[in-house]
Design a protein around this ligand. Structure first.
Ligand code: NAD
Length: 503
């Protein structure tokens, strides 16, 4: 069985670790590969390679670094089919959704191609008489990325294209559940002309991560994953003097107003609730329906649509499925446990995805699309992130109660409102306590040239990923104030002992 290794200093590096993780095809439950779980020493070797590569790469002109990104973008496009099939095989999502994820990552690469412009800094002439001021946005050094299973291509590409383009070197620790994409992207970066050691991949678990959080040579850590781990990453990396952005879990609500276009909303809610089997940090998991009629109308439409959904493997020879399996047997069990708890606490299971069987794929990790009505805020299924194809409906009598629900939830990643009323939508956008807001848009994921990030316990750290925040995260500002004497003979040189002010 193929063992996935590390990529250090421009080549595959055979691990000496005796610990391995198993990689499964979630569509049939078969183990397809193994991945090394690297030792601390091996992780340190990757950091050392990145440290060694930093001086030359950081001095390479931004234009040359951007040209590597241009070639990398072209290679991603040429390899799209291979990349998407690998994602689908290891993660389980349907092929076209895997293409969609790569495309969203590729857009960050396109953004990073503009780095000569983005990293220009600022300049002010004559801040004082004959005095100019300019800022340099300089790279930090070795940066690390620790990424989740649900977007094995896109989430790493939220991080490393901007980090590399701004002149940093990088160590990626991908999810051990679907690690192939990290290694393939490392090969493509090398083919694009990236010098050895600038981008490294260390496969592993907590042992590898802890080195990245504590090694003094690592300057910045970018993390995406569940909230308890995000808290650990942020506190440990910060305590070791590193810059850190740690994006965590979510419980995305949408408010469905009685005046919404119900067909448009139902279609949007279906895709956002059940796409990628609900394993998206921006998946919609709670619909807050304003008024019983609104809830009844929506539920009738959703029931009809769910009955028509095609659930099965992500890769097929025939027509594509709408939804694939979840990532693992344990996760399948956990999701079904949540549905059990909802039922036990008095919610109404309208469509039940427990025990879902796909003919020919009986050992696959499938959970059918699940719709639960009469969910209330005290229930576990309301409070906790389920990360599966489970959509809850909470009924409220008015908009204010709905807004208060969204605002009181501990997570604040994405949220949406469905309405035809511009004033309600505008007020919602202003008052809602969440980082990303959709108006009749169910998954409001900002484009690469804006920044992505939630609020509350969905993020730790002041800067979001990609867009201008991404450039700021991977650079530090140096401000130079300069005066050039017109002539040494004409200047009177005296010492000043007061705080300098310009005139
Ligand atoms: P996870 O937290 O289990 O793992 C994420 C990464 O952390 C992996 O690389 C893993 O190896 C590492 N890790 C796990 N346990 C660790 C430990 N004890 N110490 C150090 N490192 C550890 O998350 P996951 O299950 O891979 O991904 C799903 C989660 O990610 C969900 O909660 C989802 O909401 C979240 N997510 C959030 C966003 C966002 O933008 N906010 C995006 C994608 C996913």
């Amino acid at each position: 069985m193929k063992v996935l290794q590390n990529f250090i200093n421009g080549q595959i590096s055979e691990s000496q670790s005796h610990r391995f993780g198993a990689i499964y095809n979630p569509a049939n439950g078969e183990q397809i590969r193994q991945v090394v779980l690297s030792s601390a020493k091996e992780t340190e070797a990757a950091v050392a390679a990145a440290e060694q590569a930093f001086p030359a790469w950081s001095k390479t002109s931004p234009l040359k670094r951007a040209r590597v990104m241009f070639r990398f973008k072209a290679l991603l496009e040429q390899n799209m089919d291979r990349l998407a099939k690998t994602i689908s095989e290891e993660h389980g999502k349907v092929y076209s959704d895997a293409v969609g994820e790569i495309t969203r990552g590729l857009e960050v690469v396109e953004f990073a191609c503009g780095i000569p412009h983005l990293q220009k800094g600022e300049h002010s002439a004559n801040v004082g008489t004959g005095v100019d001021s300019h800022s340099l946005m300089q790279p930090l050094g070795v940066c690390a990325g620790i990424t989740p299973f649900n977007f094995p291509a896109m989430v790493p590409m939220w991080m490393f294209p901007i980090s590399l383009a701004t002149g940093n070197t990088f160590v990626l620790k991908p999810s051990e559940k679907d690690p192939s994409l990290g290694l393939i992207m490392a090969e493509l970066l090398k083919e694009a002309g990236l010098p050895d050691g600038v981008f490294n991949v260390v496969n592993g678990d907590k042992e590898a991560v802890d080195v990245l959080l504590t090694d003094p040579r690592v300057q910045a850590v970018s993390f995406v994953g569940s909230t308890p781990i995000a808290e650990y990453i942020y506190s440990t990396a910060s305590a070791h003097g590193k810059r850190c952005q740690a994006l965590g879990g979510a419980k995305n609500h949408c408010i469905l107003m009685p005046d919404a276009d119900m067909d448009m909303a139902a279609n949007a809610i279906m895709g956002a609730g059940f796409g990628a089997a609900g394993e998206r940090c921006m998946a919609l998991s709670v619909v807050v329906a304003v008024g019983d009629d609104t809830a009844d109308t929506l539920i009738a439409k959703l029931e009809e649509k769910i009955a028509q959904m095609r659930v099965g493997p992500g890769l097929t020879d025939g027509p594509e499925n709408d939804m694939g399996p979840v990532i693992s047997a344990q996760h399948q069990e956990k999701i079904c446990g949540y549905i059990d708890s909802g039922e036990a606490q008095g919610a109404k299971i309208v469509v039940d995805g427990r025990g879902y069987q796909v003919p020919g794929h009986e050992a696959g990790y499938f959970v059918g699309p699940t719709l639960i009505d009469q969910v209330s805020p005290e229930m576990t299924i309301y409070k906790e992130e389920i990360f599966g194809p489970v959509l809850s409906v909470v009924r409220v009598s008015d908009y204010e109660t709905g807004l208060a629900l969204v605002n009181h939830h501990e997570y604040g990643n994405g949220t949406a409102i469905f309405t035809r009323d511009g004033e309600t939508a505008r007020q919602f956008s202003e008052d809602v306590i969440a980082g990303m807001v959709g108006v009749n848009v169910p998954i409001p994921v900002p484009m690469a040239f804006h920044s992505f990030g939630g609020w509350k316990r969905s993020i730790f750290g002041p800067l979001n990923v990609h867009g201008n925040d991404g450039v700021r995260f991977y650079t530090r500002m140096k401000t130079v104030t300069s005066r050039w004497p017109a002539s040494v003979r004409l200047e009177k040189h005296t010492s000043a002992f007061v705080m300098p002010t310009m005139d």
